[in-house]
Write a new protein. Structure first.
Length: 357
């Protein structure tokens, strides 16, 4: 591994999340010798749902564009969503058939979902196994290897990232200085500006990663016993049928995944208000309320659960506060998971090299 690190790379990615995984495959498929440095394991479809709030719904045009790069000829299932009207106990297939009211803490997420859902048919990318995309032999992924410095220099008349420095493993060994033709930074690695030694350059990178209003949320991963007819749509459920006031409005959204005749999983997410985020008891109450709401909407739901796990994500979804966000800082190209799959895919396609090697 030492010899492979001490080479000049075509591309170097620093970041976590599903976008980092896709970018790694996209660059490698283009014949670029790519190094990917991350602090966690590659993000699969379930984790992207639970931690990023990705429902995996994208337009046919975007699905076709990413498939053409990774797995030409891939056919996708249609994305179907439904709303459970707790007042009438009816599941409404089309979200636009009733008037919706959202809580202030969740409005940005669900309004974005409604806008995309109302724009025509969508496709479901859940089953697109990005990890199975062909990766060139000269590409390398490093997991849990700390980045300790980002070096910048004057190049071609402007300040640019010149190299990243990896910690020595073991500690008494030599550090590794990584040079690349192009660097790519994911903003889930939000600590990166602190690693830039030149203060003015650190401020440039930090500024480029700002301008997002993030919402916190929770994720529920449940294992079920067989549950009759499995729900096919992504379901949105109000937590309370008749809230006393709009400040208590809150919703849950989730889907099932059959992983075999005796293995059924469901994945659910909900959002937390600023008051709830500060109180662990309130978070637990919200999660219990969410499970009861799912039980009302799906017959036999509660009795079928045999195992559960809960996650908390302080930045599950974000709204972009900038009208014209730049995707380059210090010569490094920037990408994000925070605005959902449609925006993520389009952003990745914009920062790809124009031609294959």
């Amino acid at each position: 591994m030492d010899n492979r690190l001490n080479q000049h790379w075509d591309a170097c990615i620093v970041g976590n999340g599903i976008s980092s995984l896709w970018l790694f495959a996209l660059l490698s498929n283009r014949g670029l010798k790519t190094l990917w440095v991350s602090s966690e394991a590659p993000c699969d479809s379930a984790r992207a749902f639970l931690q990023r709030g990705w429902l995996w719904n994208v337009s046919p045009e975007t699905a076709a564009a990413i498939a053409a790069e990774l797995r030409p000829g891939t056919e996708f299932l249609p994305f179907e969503s439904a709303y459970y009207d707790a007042k009438t106990s009816k599941r409404i297939r089309r979200l636009g058939e009733i008037k919706h009211e959202w809580g202030e803490h969740e409005a940005a997420y669900f309004e974005a979902l409604m806008a995309s859902n109302g724009g025509g048919s969508q496709l479901d990318l859940w089953d697109l196994n990005m990890a199975a995309a062909a990766v060139a032999r000269d590409s390398v992924r490093l997991e849990g290897w700390p980045v300790i410095e980002i070096r910048t220099a004057q190049k071609e008349g402007e300040r640019k990232v010149d190299a990243i420095v990896l910690a020595s493993l073991p500690p008494e060994g030599d550090v590794y200085t990584i040079h690349a033709n192009q660097f790519f930074f994911g903003d889930y690695a939000g600590f990166l500006p602190s690693l830039v030694s030149e203060k003015s350059d650190a401020e440039v990178l930090a500024s480029a990663l700002k301008g997002k209003a993030s919402s916190a949320g929770f994720g529920l991963h449940l294992i079920h016993k067989p549950l009759g007819a499995v729900l096919q749509q992504t379901l949105i459920v109000p937590l309370v049928a008749n809230p006393s006031d709009k400040s208590t409005l809150s919703h849950l959204t989730g889907r099932f995944l059959a992983s075999g005749a005796a293995h059924l999983e469901s994945f659910w997410i909900g959002f937390l208000s600023s008051e709830e985020v500060e109180d662990n008891n309130e978070i637990l109450k919200k999660i219990k309320l969410a499970k009861r709401a799912a039980g009302r909407a799906i017959p036999g739901f509660a009795a079928s659960v045999v195992k559960e796990s809960v996650t908390f994500e302080p930045r599950m979804f974000a709204v972009d506060l900038l009208k014209a966000r730049k995707n380059v800082a210090l010569g490094a190209k920037l990408f994000t998971d925070q605005f959902g799959p449609e925006a993520a895919i389009r952003g990745l396609l914009k920062i790809l090299p124009e031609s294959r090697c």
